[in-house]
Ligand binder design. Structure first.
Ligand SMILES: Nc1ncnc2c1ncn2[C@@H]1O[C@H](COP(=O)(O)OP(=O)(O)OP(=O)(O)O)[C@@H](O)[C@H]1O
Ligand SMILES: [Mg+2]
Length: 515
């Protein structure tokens, strides 16, 4: 097998592949990418293998054998794979950043799966022509976070790129301190970003822009065709419409679980509406709409409460990029308007579901009344800086208890009211809430709320414990978290500590763009 080659662009060995490869993206031609080899790492070791994902995709067990360890480390190229790095551009922190591209993610190809062709990328597999000043590597710390959070999001039912494996290497990587390298093999039907379209548009290369859009529509978003009739047969307007709706849904789901992405640059926005690029993300502990999870985000551009507007801003950039194809400014703006109606609707539905109040066909007056209930609760939660995940879970459990009791008592609410200082304010809200629900509804609401409000999310401190242990050579905590986060709505008896409030030291954790 491979010894430690540190030569940046040395030829990786060939390895047999258990996967069947196709290359629809490659067929678009060399304007879209640069073919290259991953750069090998020293002494790779599996830190985690995602058996559930492998099984879901119907890939054979050999995917996690020794040959594939070398391949997923970037030390060997699987037969049939045709590695490359794609070019994209983007807006970063509100500014046009020009050409970016896969600076450390190497695209292996598309592998056939039970769920259709899946693109596989190795994140941290070495330098590419798009690395700019970067070393092409990812550190173990951030790779553990990406691996676990991808799966946590999936467990929560939120669209995301997936993580198939995590390979660790003792090879040193320089960040603020010297850390060690890792490679995440991530999987998605497509890794196309808004930035891919911005790139060709900014270059005035309308041919390539059209080629890319047609590729996306044909292979990844055929739903667009059904929408063209809404837009006078304009399939590119339909594409923008599909993307804005997926983005609106995604953002509603993020907000509803208290997820902060941290770097919502347009190059980190997936065309398919998947969560992509797990860097300085955070599941909020205490609720604060202004919460900034990224210590490099000095202006708070990507604060939790701003995410929905940023998504709109990003969609505007995508719309501008697609303008030469849509070729109708008024229509483009009209498509974008859709987000302004859809996002609040999806968020409203998501928050009502958290309260157990379902029914997407509810009349407008009922939705408005429910939204007032939601807003009042969120204001209270913010004033109390209550722990976001814990509060919703306790509320769900309290509703279950209430529905089992003959009479609604204050005492039954106490695990929830104990979380706040202003108990009378919360009790008054709970009274309005129970009146809205009605006793009959309470019975069915509780179990549903337990399937909507997770017990476990990947809090920073939980990831940090797994990281510290992994740095010491013990990967078992990654496995423990993976198991909990795969089914975050289950009780998992014996693991209560993982659902607890963060310890004091968690407040000192600084998560930045350094990864
Ligand atoms: N260590 C690195 N070496 C080379 N390029 C890098 C490195 N870190 C980031 N980049 C590049 O800088 C740009 C912005 O980085 P950003 O942090 O958004 O992405 P990323 O974390 O590398 O990965 P991705 O978006 O693929 O998940 C991208 O073009 C990215 O490839
Ligand atoms: Mg990125």
């Amino acid at each position: 097998m491979h010894s430690a080659h540190l030569n940046p662009l040395s030829r990786a060995d060939d390895a047999p592949s258990a996967l069947a490869w196709t290359h629809r993206l490659t067929q678009l031609g060399p304007r879209f990418f640069t073919r290259l080899q991953p750069t090998p790492v020293a002494a790779p070791r599996w830190a985690a293998c995602n058996e559930a994902l492998r099984a879901e995709l119907g890939w054979p067990a050999e995917v996690f054998d020794d040959n594939h360890l070398q391949a997923f480390a970037g030390n060997a190229v699987m037969t049939g794979s045709d590695p490359l790095a794609t070019v994209y551009s983007g807006h970063q922190f509100g500014q046009w950043a020009g050409q970016l591209g896969d600076g450390r993610a190497i695209w292996l190809g598309e592998a056939a799966s039970k769920q259709g062709p899946q693109e596989i990328q190795l994140k941290g597999a070495g330098r590419t022509p798009y690395s700019r000043g970067g070393d092409g590597r990812a550190v173990l710390r951030s790779s553990i976070r990406e691996y676990l959070c991808s799966e946590a999001m999936h467990g929560l039912g939120i669209p995301t790129t997936r993580a198939l494996s995590l390979v660790a290497s003792p090879e040193p990587v320089r960040r603020e301190t010297i850390e060690s390298a890792a490679v995440v093999a991530r999987v998605a039907p497509s890794f196309l970003r808004f930035g891919h379209f911005e790139h060709f548009s900014a270059q005035g290369d309308t041919d390539s822009l059209r080629t890319l859009a047609d590729h996306a529509i044909t292979h990844h978003l055929p739903e667009c065709h059904a929408r063209t009739s809404l837009w006078q047969g304009n399939v590119y307007a339909a594409l923008l419409d599909e993307v804005q709706e997926r983005t609106a849904k995604l953002l509603a789901q993020w907000q509803a679980v208290g997820f902060c992405h941290g770097v919502m640059n347009t190059d980190n926005m997936s065309l398919l509406g998947l969560t992509i690029d797990y860097g300085p993300f955070q599941f909020m502990d205490s609720f604060d709409p202004g919460h900034i999870c990224n210590h490099s985000d000095h202006q708070g551009r990507y604060a939790y409460g701003r995410q929905p507007n940023v998504a709109y801003w990003n969609l505007y950039c995508l719309a501008q990029a697609l303008a030469p194809l849509i070729d109708d400014q008024e229509m483009t703006l009209q498509v974008l308007e859709g987000y302004k109606t859809l996002f609040p609707r999806y968020l409203g539905d998501a928050m009502r579901a958290k309260l157990g109040l379902t029914g997407t066909l509810a009349p407008e007056s009922e939705r408005e009344a429910d939204w007032t209930l939601v807003e009042d609760l969120m204001q209270l939660m913010a004033a109390e800086k209550v722990d976001f995940t814990l509060f919703w879970r306790q509320l769900s459990q309290a509703v279950v208890r209430q529905s089992q009791a003959n009479a609604v008592t204050e005492a039954d609410w106490s695990p929830v009211t104990d979380l706040v200082l202003d108990r009378p304010r919360l009790l008054a809200w709970l009274e309005r809430y129970t009146a809205r629900a009605g006793q009959t509804h309470l019975v069915s609401m509780g179990p549903r709320m337990l399937r909507t409000n997770p017990k476990f999310v990947l809090r920073n401190h939980l990831a940090e414990v797994a990281i510290r242990q992994a740095k010491a050579g013990d990967f078992s905590e990654i496995d423990t978290l993976y198991n909990l986060l795969q089914s975050p709505f289950d009780e998992h008896p014996g693991f209560e500590a993982y659902a607890d409030l963060p310890p004091d030291w968690a407040g000192q954790l600084e998560i930045s763009c350094s990864s």
